[in-house]
Design a protein around this ligand. Sequence first.
Ligand code: SF4
Length: 445
Amino acid sequence: MSLCLCGYSPALFFSLPHCSFYASKPLHPHLPHAPHPPAIITTMLWQPPLPDKYTRMTEPQLVSAINARREKLGDQVVILGHHYQQDSVIQFADFTGDSFKLSQLAAQKVRETGAKYVVFLGVHFMAESADILAPEGTVVILPDMGAGCSMADMADYDQTVDCWETLTDTYRDMNVRVIPVCYMNCTAAIKAFCGQHGGAVCTSSNADTVLKWALAGGTEPRADGETIKILFLPDQHLGRNTAAAMGYDTLTDMCLWNPRNPDDTDADELKRSTFILWKGHCSVHKLFRPEHVDQIRAMWPDVTVMVHPECDHGVVQKADLTGSTEGIMQAIRAAEPGSRWAIGTEVHMVNRLANEAAERDVTVRMLSDCQCLCTTMYRIDMPHLLWVLDQLTGSDDGQTPAKIVNQITVHPEAKKWATVALDRMLALVGTGNVHPPTPSPASTS
Ligand code: SF4
């Protein structure tokens, strides 16, 4: 083993010029570290306040101004809208979908139309993914730099390196190989870490396929007598739910890695577990609780409960089905007239699905009455969309020249390794974005 256990390359430094958190990191993780930030780490980027004219405009004025700007930009711009966005902005999206599907579409449409700009109505890690996959020279824009993701922010690069060093030390005298697998909902730096260390990215619809690949040895088939362990990050729930559906025991085959307090996990747990689950979660999906399933079944005995695998395992166990955002949409669109569904995912998507399904006499509602809303995604609104489009066109009188604001750029070295991790996933699952819903343990028992 080389002196540098983490495999860190000084060239692999993922600084974002506009992000003081990343820029404050030491150039090598083995140099003394600055103290890790407390509890929840935020990579929320600075968003300048909009000029008053944008916040004073009425809704019809905003709609008309955005349409005028889009007309002026024509094929130069592609607008992508994540399913969790509010209606007021998703109406302007050329394409809607989950984050991976949208990033693939961005790359495809840029190639087809020669578009120069991709405006991503989503959150920061999604815009990073679009920048990774889009052809060289494409400008990816996030209308509000404050639109981060609490889950992605729970795993940073330095913490991942620290974890890797502990795992390397723990398994030093054992015939163990650790393969890192990251959920799409993480920063480009984490995707790159996985790419550089023999791992891959997964989505909520293909996590089982990627985990099976990793357990078989990933890029190198597992040798006789060798044990494979998975470091799964940043969402503990997707990792736990997927491994449990594959037959692994949630108590004995898995342990949690708390990046804020690594001493929470002892060496025996690490040695015993097949899955080391990063202690991260989605602040939206964690709001669903098992009793919500009981309550809805008491109200509607014939209901089908379908939840996203970012929900707690107790919720997934009680549900009838689990599925990614695309999987949930497919299930509702195929539902029998007269059927009733309770869905555990973000409220804007569920409300849109409910309106669409009502026309076919399918009843859809949220699993709980709590406000399960992605507050960071909610920051993307019409004033911010108009502001970035205004900057791209410049003023009509020519007084204000066109300029690019809020561009999301991934460091070329991070892009290279993140692409490796994404390509490993694509080699397993093809286009990878639409799979049938995965039955939960509850529905298969
Ligand atoms: S719904 Fe959860 S995982 Fe998705 S962007 Fe919002 S905080 Fe992140």
